[in-house]
Ligand binder design. Sequence first.
Ligand code: HEM
Ligand code: SF4
Length: 512
Amino acid sequence: MALDFEEIKATEDGLDVGARIERYASEGWESIPEDDRDARLKWWGVFYRKQTPGLFMMRIRIPNGIATNEQLEALGQIANEFGRGAIDITTRQQVQLRWLRIEDVPEILRRLKEVGLVTLQTGMDNIRNVVGCSAAGVTPNELFDASGVVREFTEIFVGNRAFTNLPRKFNVAITACLDNCVMAETQDLALIPATKEIGGRVLPGFNVLVGGKMGSGGYRIASPLDVFVEPHEAPRVAAEVIAIFRDYGSRQARNRSRFAFLVEEWGEARLRDELEDRLERPLARAGADARNAGTTDHVGVWRQASPGMNYVGLLVPVGRTSGKHFIELARLSKRYGKGEARFTIGQNILVPHVSDKDLTHVLESELLKELPYAPSTFARGTVSCTGKDFCALALIETKTYALDLVAAIEKERASPKRPISVNWSGCPAGCGSHQASDIGFVGRQTRVDGKVIDAVDVYVGGSSGPGAVPGMKVMENVPCTELPKLVGFLSQYGDYQHLHKQLQQLAATPAA
Ligand code: HEM
Ligand code: SF4
């Protein structure tokens, strides 16, 4: 029988399962009752995976995707010792370890704690990892470094029982990057860079967007709340928005309980009034949007704001990496950087603070032979959800198809001239953000000559950023084996927004 998540949350705070982890570790995975195994353990970032019977995945929270070399080293060691060396980088700038036994979870948690990492509230109806610009504090293209606001806000809610029983999950982005690198429009709450004249001074801060979402019900582009906040007030305002969702969000049907539905029901004006009531003060109306028109993925070699310094963005094909890579990354970032690396929402890695003098050493290192800084445009833009390997909901294996498609496009030299985004979701849940990318694929099964085969529905022209539009479904049931041909054709367009517009016009024209 399907679990009743509202009942599970009402019976006990999800965080309380922490007290039982030691016991489960000594009694084995089969001793874990279903409601703890398939729900509450996710408050501790421990996910039972049906695809690997008896074994678990752990999701580690990395605020703003920024990790120290001690953390990278610990993650690499844990993966090698307990998890067959497997590490995935996710599109929320987190890390997922796999093949883990419940017996080892207490030791893993202890080692993570030692280096300041937590797994808390990374699944189920919680505030998920707060994403931010992976080049925060180093890129010249930012209004200010917003990573401190991400950390401050994260400290408010992690381990805080005021935020552990939400109607549904809640995604937050906080960024002052001018190049739209965090898909702000897809988030339940996004703080984006803006300036506002207050008291005769032009202040840097954020405009607030609310109610973005993706997935099976479609992409709702986050709408402006018409509010400007300064960095120092942002964490409290963000927390209060989420408290409103906690108190008023619908808990009836899980497919209609995301914050977007409350925003639709109330409208932005009522939400703003409620927020001002709770804060007991008026909020400034939105400031001037500071963002540029395009987007960036931060892959490649880029100049930092400080002279003579660079950050290097490495491609991790479909985010699949290893303990060995992490240990090498820790070494590299310590030797040639400031002992820090960052994860991007494109499932890639960034090494900041590399001086001009050290740049060649980094670019010629063994790690960069496997994780290139100058990949083909098609490889560079490819992002994939987990797929059938580890996800019980998947209808197809995504990451392997994605890599095969990259290889086929590269072989045909059909990579488009400018970077594009190519996002794969293995099922309509849409974890791969397929509707916010130039080309999006959603896995499904189809029948050809009486045989069931892997196929996809194809979307084009989706985007995030100031002119965000949802991708449009243009084809259904395309066998995965036919994709190189189709993508080769689409690649001729180069500009998928343009293709999207053309197709929309075509769809609006009645057939003769
Ligand atoms: C009914 C809806 C959904 C279900 C059941 C679902 C399920 C899952 C599962 C099972 C995983 C982990 C698979 C693994 O790696 O072992 C996952 C990961 C993920 N999903 Fe979903 N998902 C849903 C909707 C969404 C939506 C709408 C998004 C937004 C784009 C999303 C974003 C993600 C992300 C970013 C991850 C990687 C982990 C992280 O960093 O949070 N999911 N999802
Ligand atoms: S999109 Fe579907 S297949 Fe992919 S991780 Fe999400 S639930 Fe699993």
